[in-house]
Design a protein around this ligand. Structure first.
Ligand SMILES: *Cc1c(COP(=O)(O)O)cnc(C)c1O
Length: 360
């Protein structure tokens, strides 16, 4: 029997490509190394000859890609002697900040929009012992407050304006390139603050510049229609969408993301909440993969562009599924309300047997 080396997180794996020193104390929960799953059924459903892979970032330790950035941000905060971190969050950043702060033994302060946070994310921030500050305002208002308070209190900001966040997140692109052995033709992501699409592009460019691969993908960013500043070409003041993780009207990586679009010859587009929810359901029912609504935006957009031919047949497409479906159980249950697969029967053999035979 041969023993394999234990996976100890993305900083350890990619330390040569990340801003850490040999003696840096690494704050890790084993993040990264997420599966790249090839869709078996959906391409056929679309009637198109395309290869679609989903990068299932929901399988990170706290259930979203935010862990990739947070391991770096908290590692560096601790290295610099910080005793507290702070973030504004639509939910997943606060969950990751809370967990990594607990791991490091420092305090996390998280500002979340009052009411509009998915249940699982709130539970995570609370159970890890973060100080949860609910504000009567949306993410964009919270982000402004965090930027101001960061200047006046001894706290390290761990939103994606912290450059170490994007350094950690670029490793997702490395993993994809290593697994596919080459760049995909298209890489589709949901876009909120646009940090993640920018980080992926950094990763793709780094391996390309160093001659590890000889091509880069076309980057495609999809937003929710009620929250689509990149489509409008300007900031949006009252963003609304069921995809709460991307309910962001004032993206922090605005210039970076436009640059990605130009350099990669990509585009931005928007999806309605109906399209997003339909894609989420399709993934669960047709492929057995459960992601949160925001994450399904990447596939919703990709499916539309594949159907229209904008993404041509023969393409290899990667869609990032940013967060796990269990983050937002309320939306999942709502998706199934009124479904004829939710039956209530008497506790008798006869009734249960009937329920089975009627539904074979
Ligand atoms: C944070 C987040 C996004 C958006 O990522 P950005 O870097 O802000 O564009 C998308 N989906 C989920 C689940 C997220 O948590």
């Amino acid at each position: 029997m041969t023993f394999r080396t234990r996976y100890t997180g993305l900083i350890d794996k990619y330390r040569d490509r990340l801003p850490v020193h040999d003696d840096t104390r690494i704050i890790s929960l084993g993040e990264g190394n997420t599966p790249l799953i090839r869709l078996n059924n959906i391409p056929g459903d679309l009637g198109k000859d395309v290869d679609i892979y989903v990068k299932y970032e929901g399988l990170n330790p706290t259930g979203s890609f935010k862990d990739r950035g947070m391991t770096m941000a908290v590692t560096k905060a601790v290295e610099e002697g910080s005793k507290a971190i702070i973030c504004a969050s639509t939910g997943n950043t606060s969950a990751a900040a809370a967990a990594y702060a607990a791991r490091a033994g420092i305090t996390a302060f998280v500002l979340i929009p009052d009411g509009k946070i998915a249940l699982g994310k709130l539970a995570q921030a609370m159970i890890h012992g973060a100080v949860v500050i609910q504000i009567k305002g949306n993410f964009d208002a919270g982000m402004e407050l965090v930027k101001q308070v960061g200047k006046e209190a001894p706290v390290t900001i761990v939103n994606s304006i912290n450059p170490f966040r994007l350094q950690g997140q670029k490793t997702a692109a490395f993993e994809i390139l290593e697994e596919l052995g080459a760049a995909p033709d298209y890489h589709c992501l949901p876009v909120g603050n646009a940090g993640n699409i920018s980080a992926h592009w950094m990763g793709y460019c780094e391996y390309h510049e160093h001659g590890i691969v000889n091509s880069r993908p076309i980057m495609v960013g999809y937003q929710a229609a009620g929250s689509a500043p990149f489509m409008r070409g300007e900031m949006v003041d009252n963003p609304e969408t069921v995809a709460t993780a991307i309910r962001i009207g004032h993206p922090q990586s605005w210039d970076k993301a436009w640059n990605v679009q130009k350099e990669s010859s990509g585009w931005f587009d928007e999806c309605t909440d109906e399209e997003i929810l339909a894609a989420q359901k399709m993934l669960t029912e047709r492929e057995g993969i459960f992601c949160e609504p925001a994450s399904a935006t990447s596939l919703a957009g990709a499916m539309r562009d594949i159907k229209s031919g904008k993404i041509p047949e023969g393409s290899k497409v990667v869609c990032t599924l940013t967060g796990h479906g269990l983050k937002d159980p309320d939306t999942a249950i709502k998706q199934c309300e009124g479904s004829n697969k939710m039956l209530k029967v008497d506790a008798t053999l006869e009734e249960v047997k009937k329920a089975i035979l009627d539904n074979m």
